[in-house]
Design a protein around this ligand. Structure first.
Ligand code: DAK
Length: 260
């Protein structure tokens, strides 16, 4: 598939997805949002056996500096709602993607950029990363899930502060608050993300997909995450992967999972 604003490269079963609008600090315009949706809903699902996806921004300054402010001008409330719903659908496709998605945050992750990083399953921040939801500076609120996911990661009090002040936090503060999984020097962030995906790839792939589903169920309104765990636990015990994993343990060897 052809993409205007995404660079897609696959190496050793890992897809490297780079948001490629460096001159605009990789701001998410509608074209980029459509391409992200197409990638996670169509393209990536056709690539069998991938270990996972790493999402990052082109250049050394920004992951994503927000939604493209230049496209907001003159939006009607109706168009705003449509854009927001579309963004929610795209980010929810990332959040429910059955293989792990890791954001390598290599600079500014503001507004829609912070929201994109939060929709990924794991986050590795380079030391120069900066996170924030500065929408209130523009007189709006986050429109791609930021008000909800920020609370889920860092709790209500701190989320309220960041959302109301629009302040940025650095990578170490993001680590302290639980917003990111790791902080590394910039040159090592990609390597750390690959290491995480390689480790996860050695586990049962069905089990990984079910972990993603059941963890997401905890946060989905109206869904009983505990009931979902009972159901999915039952499903995983019926897999060939479980037979192999248990047999490998007893035979003191490394499991060879086939995703069956
Ligand atoms: N959109 C468009 N262009 C952007 C941009 C953005 N968010 N951020 C940066 N750029 C562009 C700049 O305009 C500049 O372009 P030229 O002037 O060279 O053509 C270029 O990137 C380099 O930026 P700077 O010259 O400003 O670089 P600095 O190092 O001086 O500053 C900065 C870096 C990240 C601190 C600064 O660029 C900045 O403050 N950027 C804006 C941050 C921001 O406020 N982001 C938007 C957050 S609001 C919604 C859906 C989602 C959202 C809202 C509504 N609906 C569905 C309606 C989410 C909104 C947001 O993300």
């Amino acid at each position: 598939m052809h993409y205007e604003n995404l660079l897609i490269r696959e190496e050793n079963g890992i897809i490297f997805l780079t948001l490629n609008r460096e001159k605009a600090l990789n701001a998410l315009n509608m074209q980029t949002m459509r391409e992200l949706g197409r990638f996670f809903r169509e393209d990536a699902t056709l690539r069998n056996g991938i270990k996972g996806v790493i999402v990052t921004g082109a250049g050394h300054k920004a992951f994503v500096a927000g939604a493209d402010i230049k496209e907001f001008l003159g939006l009607s409330p109706e168009q705003g709602r449509e854009m927001s719903q579309f963004g929610h659908d795209v980010f929810s496709a990332i959040e429910s993607f059955p293989r792990p998605v890791v954001a390598v945050v290599n600079g500014f992750a503001l507004g829609g950029g912070c929201e994109l990083a939060m929709a990924c399953h794991l986050r590795v921040a380079a030391e120069n990363a900066r996170f924030g939801q500065p929408e209130v500076n523009l007189g709006i609120i986050p429109g791609y899930g930021g008000t909800q996911r920020l609370i889920q990661y860092i709790g209500r009090g701190k989320a309220m502060e960041l959302l109301m002040t629009g302040d940025m936090i650095d990578a170490q503060e993001a680590l302290r608050l639980g917003l990111v999984n790791y902080v590394t020097p910039q040159a090592e962030a990609m390597g750390k993300a690959v290491e995480l995906l390689e480790k996860i790839a050695s586990k049962g792939p069905i089990a990984i997909a079910k972990v993603i589903e059941t963890v997401n169920a905890y946060f989905r309104h109206g869904e009983d995450g505990f009931a979902r765990e009972v159901a999915e636990f039952g499903n995983t015990t019926g897999t060939e992967d479980f037979k192999e994993g248990a047999a490998a343990f007893v035979e003191k060897r490394k499991a060879e999972f086939r995703g069956e």
